[in-house]
Design a protein around this ligand. Structure first.
Ligand code: HXC
Length: 270
C-alpha cells in the first residue's frame, strides 16, 4: 500500500545520492523515495539485471538514475562506482549503505568463512564505501560549499540489541555497523560537516529479510506478537531516511533510528 509522502517533493532538489544494494528490497524503496523528493540516484549492486530493472523503474517516474555494477567487498569497485557517480552527476551528497547478506543458520553449523562473508559485506563494505566517499562528501568537496558536507545512512538491524537465534554473523556485523556510525559521526561531523546516522528496520513486508528469516508458517504468529499488530512497510524506512538526510535532521548525528513499531523491546522475553 503506497502512502503519500508527508515531505515536500523538493526537499532533496539538486542533491545526488548513491545507494549500495539500492536495486531491490528496502534499498530500492530508498532509491525511489530519495528520487521522488528531488535527488538524482546512483544505484550500486552486483547483479546487472536487478540494476537495469531498478533503474528503468526509477526513471519511469522521471527521476535521473544510473545503475553501477560493483561489489562492496572490493575496494576497487567502490572507487570506480564513486568515480562514475561523480562523472554522471558531478557531486555526491548522500551515501546509503543498504547492501547486506543474510541467511539463517545455527552458530555451530556456520563456517568461519560464512561468518566472515557477512562481516565483509555488511561491516567492512560499509566502512569501505564511507572511506572512499569521504573526499566527495566532505565540505568543500565537488559541488559543495566550503561549510556544508553531505550525509551517510547505514542500514542496520535490531538483532544485536539482545540476541537473535541463528543470526550470530549478522548480529555481529550490524553491531559493527552501529559502531562505525558513531565513530564516523564523531570524527567526520567535527572535521568535515558530514552527518552519519543509521536506521534499524524491524520486520518489513515484501523484503528478503522477512522471507528469508521468517518462514511462512510463523509469520502469522509473529504478526500477533507485534506491538503495533502489523509489520512495517518499506515506505516507513524511506520516510525515516528522508527525515535523516534532509534539513529536518540537520542536528541528528551518530544515532541509529529504530523503525520497528517497538518490536525489539519485547524480544528479551521470547
Ligand atoms: C550456510 C552459507 C550460506 C547459507 C553462504 N554460506 N550461504 N552457509 N548457509 N545459506 C557460506 C558458504 O558456505 C561459504 O562458506 C561462505 O558463506 C561464502 O559463500 P558464497 O556463496 O561464496 O558467498 P556469496 O556468493 O558471496 O554470497 C553472499 C551471501 C548471499 C551473503 C552468502 O546469501 C547473498 O549475497 N545473498 C543476497 C543478499 C541477501 O541475502 N540480502 C538479504 C539481506 S536481509 P564456506 O566455509 O563454505 O566457504 C538482511 C536483514 C537483516 O540483511 C536483518 C533482519 C531483521
Amino acid at each position: 500500500m503506497a502512502m503519500e509522502s508527508p515531505f515536500k517533493a523538493d526537499i532533496l532538489k539538486g542533491k545526488v545520492a548513491l545507494l549500495t544494494g539500492g536495486g531491490s528490497g528496502i534499498g530500492y524503496e530508498l532509491s525511489y523515495q530519495l528520487g521522488k523528493h528531488g535527488a538524482s540516484i546512483a544505484i550500486m549492486g552486483r547483479r546487472r539485471d536487478v540494476l537495469d530493472s531498478a533503474v528503468d523503474s526509477v526513471r519511469s517516474h522521471g527521476i535521473p538514475a544510473v545503475g553501477l555494477e560493483g561489489d562492496v567487498r572490493k575496494r576497487e569497485d567502490a572507487i570506480r562506482v564513486l568515480e562514475s557517480t561523480i562523472k554522471h552527476f558531478g557531486r555526491l551528497d548522500i551515501l546509503v549503505n543498504a547492501a547486506a547478506g543474510n541467511f539463517l543458520i545455527p552458530a555451530e553449523d556456520l563456517s568461519p568463512n560464512g561468518f566472515r562473508t557477512v562481516i565483509d559485506i555488511d561491516s567492512v563494505g560499509t566502512f569501505t564505501m564511507c572511506h572512499e566517499a569521504l573526499k566527495y562528501l566532505k565540505k568543500g568537496g565537488p559541488g559543495k560549499d566550503p561549510s556544508n558536507g553531505g550525509t551517510i545512512i547505514n542500514i542496520s538491524a535490531t538483532l544485536h540489541y539482545t540476541a537473535t537465534w541463528y543470526q550470530i554473523h549478522v548480529s555481529a556485523a550490524k553491531a559493527a555497523v552501529d559502531s562505525i556510525t558513531r565513530s564516523l559521526a564523531l570524527e567526520w561531523g567535527t572535521d568535515y560537516d558530514i552527518r552519519v546516522n543509521g536506521i534499524a528496520p524491524g520486520p518489513i513486508e515484501d523484503t528478503a529479510g522477512l522471507s528469508k528469516l521468517l518462514p511462512e508458517e510463523i509469520v502469522n504468529k509473529a504478526r500477533e506478537a507485534q506491538p503495533l499488530y502489523k509489520f512495517g512497510e518499506k515506505w516507513d524506512i524511506a520516510m525515516a531516511a528522508l527525515y535523516l538526510v534532509s534539513d529536518a535532521g540537520k542536528y541528528v548525528n551518530g544515532t541509529t533510528l529504530v523503525v520497528d513499531g517497538g518490536l525489539w523491546l519485547s524480544s528479551a522475553r521470547n
